[in-house]
Ligand binder design. Structure first.
Ligand SMILES: [Zn+2]
Length: 223
């Protein structure tokens, strides 16, 4: 079930008022337009209807991709993480006014950033698993830093690249790089994950990010 409200937004540039759509939950299979906007990065953007100024709206949203058995909750306050994790732990999720039961193989994730919500939506939409992508990202980040000594990673994102995929890497000193990511590489990282004795069917971890990937690599003695 997709739910959205209308909110009035005041433009910081001209002071004009615009009505914007704010989602509480977005079901990727029902609201394909909302899903497409999330995937192309425009879901949270609203243009002022007086001066055209583009504004970013910040609000919590639950994204549900039933087809790929994954849901991602974007929370906007750090203190909401624990509460959300508890909902997930009880395998219950509040969708609208109803508490719905979800099965154990469903991937449940919490993110605190719109870009990471978008990234996870792209990963799941392409039938991939975010744990494998985070491991690959960690390795790509390491390779990128090898090319920029003394620099640090600011952010790294998984993205579509025509029919394939790539990583987009941004460093703190302003370097930007991309790295092609093939299906073969995905399968290699999948085998690596399996070698760690973990399984993709166990879903008790809600925050899958670079810190999570660093812990897995530590198990292999790689820093
Ligand atoms: Zn305006």
């Amino acid at each position: 079930m997709s739910l959205h409200d209308e909110v009035k937004v005041r433009c910081k540039k001209c002071g004009g008022e615009t009505t914007a759509e704010c989602w509480t939950s977005l079901d990727s299979n029902i609201d394909t337009d909302g899903r497409d906007r999330l995937l192309n990065g425009t879901l949270f953007t609203v243009a002022c209807n007086k001066c055209g100024n583009e504004m970013n709206l910040c609000y919590p949203i639950l994204y549900n991709d039933m087809k790929h058995r994954a849901m991602v909750w974007l929370v906007t306050k750090k203190e909401e993480i624990e509460k959300t994790a508890l909902y997930f732990k009880e395998s219950k999720v509040k969708i609208g006014k109803e508490n719905q039961k979800i099965s154990e193989d469903y991937r449940q994730r919490i993110v605190t950033d719109q870009n990471h919500l978008r990234e996870k939506a792209i990963i799941f939409d392409n039938g991939l698993d975010d744990r494998i992508i985070e491991l690959a990202k960690f390795a790509f980040a390491g390779m990128a830093l090898g090319k920029c000594p003394g620099d640090k990673i600011a952010d790294i994102f998984f993205a579509k690249n025509g029919d394939g995929f790539r990583f987009e890497i941004y460093t703190q000193k302003g370097n930007a790089m991309t790295g092609e990511f093939s299906k073969k590489m995905y399968d290699d990282f999948l085998s690596l994950y399996m070698k760690s004795g973990r399984s993709l069917s166990v879903n008790n971890e809600y925050i899958i990010d670079q810190a999570w990937a660093a812990d897995i690599f530590k198990d292999f003695g790689i820093k």
